[in-house]
Design a protein around this ligand. Structure first.
Ligand code: GRF
Length: 199
């Protein structure tokens, strides 16, 4: 399974996936790592690991579509099976999503459909839910709405802040992303309506 990782920052999910591959628990290959922000920690790490890195600065492009066109060119060359969004802070156009339908995967730090969008962990604390977690899902045209592949739960404690909850959710994100990719790599799957079904 060939993976292209797209990130914009820290890259801890990318690291977890890379470590699972290195440990032999996930049978996959990272064919390239793309960042829209040059020099971020995720891209520094990717370079240290000797992976193929593309820093495609959105600020150096005239429009969203122009930036995407460059990303699409790189992807066409790299020929991944899946695009793994790991903290990629760019919205994708519907044309891009259509071209990669059911092959773009994202992770979100809440139990979707609760708390989509930014600051999901703070939204969970502010709302007062007792359980939150993370969701690995396929990307569709709307924000954080695509078919769900894996979810993991995290208890919300009375003394949690957005920061403490984020840290515990992040531990589960790393497990969830590797589990989702392992399922896609090892099992026959199909999508029925909104449901991702594994045989
Ligand atoms: C994670 O919390 C992920 O759920 C969200 O962005 C964050 C990325 O973290 N989409 P990292 O860059 O993988 O450490």
């Amino acid at each position: 399974m060939r993976l292209a990782v797209l990130l914009s920052g820290r890259g801890s999910n990318f690291n977890a996936i890379q470590q699972a591959i290195a440990a032999g628990t996930l049978n996959a290959e990272i064919v390239c790592v793309i960042s829209n922000r040059p020099g971020v920690p995720g891209i520094v790490r990717a370079r240290e690991l000797g992976l193929t890195v593309h820093e495609i600065d959105h600020k150096a492009h005239s429009s969203r579509l122009d930036h995407e066109a460059t990303v699409l060119r790189v992807l066409k060359e790299a020929k991944p099976d899946f695009l793994v969004l790991a903290g990629y802070m760019r919205l994708l156009s519907s044309t891009f999503i259509e071209e990669w339908r059911h092959r773009i995967i994202n992770i979100h730090p809440s139990l979707l459909p609760a708390f989509p969008g930014v600051d999901a962990q703070k939204q969970a604390v502010d709302y007062g839910v007792k359980v939150s977690g993370c969701t690995v899902h396929f990307v569709d045209e709307n924000l954080d709405t695509g078919p769900i592949i894996v979810q993991r739960t995290v208890e919300v404690r009375d003394d949690d802040t957005a920061e403490t909850l984020s840290a515990r959710i992040l531990e589960q994100e790393h497990i969830a992303y590797v589990s989702a990719l392992t399922l896609l790599a090892t099992r026959t799957w199909r999508i029925e309506g909104r449901r991702v079904l594994f045989e």
